[in-house]
Design a protein around this ligand. Structure first.
Ligand SMILES: Nc1ncnc2c1ncn2[C@@H]1O[C@H](COP(=O)(O)OP(=O)(O)OP(=O)(O)O)[C@@H](O)[C@H]1O
Length: 683
């Protein structure tokens, strides 16, 4: 139950929920360290490279101290209703921040001017064998002419980093697991190679799906977790495939299956689908996957977590889809926990793992604020925030006017009346948009209703709404007619909505990955954004990963939050945290944890493949790895407790050197033996 539900309940009962007791202090566990070892760019090296990390130039970033106030004291001076009561310890003039946010609009294809220079300095790592070299322009890539034309039409002047690296890999036919920041252009990174591949195959293949047929045989399949995201990918892919002859169909639940069958009957090369609807279509015998040559999973970690894994396995492993190796598989997300990587590797063959940017984040471009707000104060705090988004607007004005309108039973007029107030100063062309995340569907409805009553133009989207309502809400939000969207996690992934200037985590999610995706709805395509989170006692498990994430993004961490992080039980990786051994958020090739050296931040290694997992615990490394510090901890993928400890240094292993694993949990003393066997503490 979210706080909104609590508020509803409590107002009804005229009681207030009691504040949960403070947790007892538990010292933070030792954080793993990882070196930021930087290797030389080495394209001659046949199978792995690590791109240099450049110093990050300073970007304008929100600094709460500039505003002369601090949110550092936990709850200090916090009133039950800070609007009516005393000063709010977290209050700040958000209007100042909005002035600093750069959101521009000038584009033919996607409605947003792009500032991809912002991504120029981000680190890129790739691992796997024989990695194709990245490119620096689209023309360098062997894409078909029509596709090149469409890329220009879309105003894509140059590839984003993920596109520079991922597209050549995919065009070379390699399987890929790619992790890149939210809003950094992953959709095109998998769409271009797929469309190009379909066009090439066309010349060679004539599938059974020509003309009006009852069973559709797509050659490419893109799966995504939500209906809205599938529609968005479909729209994007259609733009890229303009005049190429590639036929793209979308299939998702909640809409007429008859219409979707009809679309399929007209022919389909690329099917974009949500898993549930696709299973339905396959089971009705209307779609066959036996011609699939390209498979892409967007938001792949979400697709393989508990909610979807069963369906995905059914589609990929139990229907008639060709196996890994016979098809090309690409997995993309902004977050890739180890456990999910392990599951995902079942679907891949000799794949390349690519990570672009501060993995699992979008963050340098997003100013993050965390404010301590007790559940009962959240609504009034939200109102303060929304009011302060426009410097000319005072909460009193809104309150008086909306009370007035409410009394006259004219709340629907209020929406109209206050709409103009959301034309925030940051952009002249349209209103800035605010996305408010809540925990429950009921909470979303309640908050939408309450905001409307208060005169704020809000609309809710969540999984209990019928599809038409969901689409209407999103459309209204996108065009700015209703510039506040109250959403559950249904809107947290993938949606690319220009002009979302502010994401408010009214209720924080349980897992830090979800936080990363939520805040990634702003700060997209190189633009900056603002994310505000309301943190309350019940978010304690999230404190530590949140602090780590904010530090990694060079954000100001309130001291009260650091204190919470230290008191966080079990080191506070967060409820639902799925991180393994690394401080890096989300994107770390789990195969590396089989190799001691890589587990401590080594940048070059290769030849790690499925043989590392061989039953006899043997592996063959084809490459260099070296220099493990004394007492460095590293994890073993095969150890029961995923841990092992290396004491010592070893380095300089020649190509084709064989090394063997000791049993789990052994303290190993690796020794230097150039060109020969190295025993080390992994199994
Ligand atoms: N090379 C490019 N040049 C200009 N704009 C681009 C380029 N590539 C992508 N874009 C635009 O950047 C925006 C973000 O892209 P996209 O939605 O693919 O990001 P994403 O990485 O998939 O984000 P998320 O992780 O949230 O799903 C889109 O509006 C897209 O049209």
């Amino acid at each position: 139950m979210s706080w909104v539900d609590v508020v509803d309940e409590s107002t009804r009962n005229l009681t207030h929920p009691t504040r949960p007791p403070r947790p007892t202090y538990i010292p933070p566990h030792l954080r793993h360290t990882y070196s930021n070892a930087v290797s030389h760019l080495n394209y001659d090296h046949p199978s792995s490279f690590n791109f240099p990390t450049h110093p990050t130039p300073s970007r304008p970033r929100f600094n709460p101290n500039e505003h002369g106030r601090s949110s550092r004291t936990r709850g200090g001076g916090r009133g039950r209703n800070s609007f009516l009561g005393g000063p709010n310890p977290n209050s700040f003039d958000i209007a100042d921040k909005f002035e600093k946010i750069e959101v521009t609009e000038d584009d033919q294809c996607n409605g947003n001017a792009i500032n991809f220079d912002a991504y120029e300095d981000i680190p890129v790592e790739a691992s796997g064998s024989d990695i194709p070299k990245p490119v620096s322009s689209f023309v360098e890539i062997d894409l078909c002419e029509a596709l090149q034309q469409n890329i220009k039409r879309c105003n894509y002047v140059k590839p984003t980093p993920i596109q520079r690296h991922a597209i050549p890999i995919a065009i070379a036919g390699r399987d890929l697991m790619a992790c890149a920041q939210t809003g950094s252009g992953k959709t095109a990174a998998f769409c271009f190679p797929i469309i190009c591949g379909i066009m090439r195959d066309r010349l060679k293949l004539v599938g059974p799906g020509g003309g009006m047929v009852k069973v559709a045989y797509p050659t490419a399949l893109i799966l995504s977790p939500t209906r809205e995201l599938s529609c968005q990918i479909h729209d994007e892919a259609n733009k890229f495939a303009h005049r190429t002859g590639v036929r793209i169909v979308v299939a998702y639940g909640g809409a007429s299956i008859g219409q979707q069958f009809h679309n399929l009957e007209k022919g389909v090369d690329l099917l974009v689908a949500t898993p549930g609807r696709l299973v339905d279509m396959i089971e009705r015998g209307r779609v066959s996957l036996k011609m699939i040559k390209y498979l892409a999973l967007d938001e792949a970690d979400r697709m393989l977590d508990m909610g979807f894994e069963h369906q995905i396995r059914k589609i990929v492993e139990q229907m008639d889809m060709p196996p890994p190796g016979a098809r090309q598989t690409m997995l993309f997300s902004a977050t890739f926990p180890d456990e999910i990587q392990r599951l995902a590797s079942d679907f891949l063959s000799d794949y390349i793992f690519l990570t672009v940017g501060k993995v699992g984040s979008s963050i340098d471009l997003i100013a993050q604020r965390v404010e301590f707000v007790q559940d009962m104060d959240k609504r009034s705090h939200l109102l303060n925030l929304l009011c302060s988004q426009n410097p000319n607007r005072t909460r009193e004005k809104v309150s008086v006017l909306s009370d007035c309108l409410n009394n006259m039973n004219l709340w629907f007029l209020a929406t109209e009346k206050f709409w103009f107030l959301f034309h925030a100063p940051l952009c002249n062309e349209g209103p800035s948009l605010t996305l408010v995340f809540v925990e429950t569907k009921r909470g979303a409805d309640a908050l939408e209703h309450w905001l409307l009553m208060k005169g704020f133009p809000a609309i809710a989207i969540h999984g209990d709404k019928v599809q038409r309502e969901r689409e209407r809400a999103l459309k209204s939000f996108k065009r700015g007619a209703t510039p506040i969207l109250v959403a559950t996690d249904v809107a947290s992934r993938g949606l690319d909505i220009p002009r979302v200037a502010h994401v408010i985590n009214f209720d924080l999610p349980k897992a830090i990955d979800d936080y990363v995706h939520r805040i990634g709805r702003t700060g997209r395509a190189g633009n900056s954004g603002l994310a505000t989170a309301f943190f309350s006692d019940k978010n304690l498990p999230l404190a530590k990963p949140l602090v780590e994430l904010m530090k990694e993004a060079k954000q100001e961490v309130p001291s009260w939050l650091s204190e919470y992080a230290e008191n966080s039980p079990g080191g506070g990786r967060g409820q639902g945290s799925r991180y393994g051994h690394s401080n890096k958020f989300g994107g770390y090739d789990f195969r590396r944890s089989s190799i001691p050296s890589s587990a401590v931040g080594y940048s070059e290694y290769y030849g790690v493949n499925s043989s590392t997992q061989a039953a006899d615990n043997s592996a063959t490394a084809h490459g260099e790895f070296y220099a493990v510090d004394y007492n460095t901890e590293y994890c073993s993928t095969q150890a029961a407790d995923n841990s092992a400890t290396a004491h010592g240094e070893f380095y300089a292993v020649d190509y084709n050197t064989e090394y063997y694993a000791l049993p789990a949990n052994s303290d190993a003393y690796p020794y230097l033996n150039v060109g020969s066997v190295v025993a080390s503490g992994w199994d």
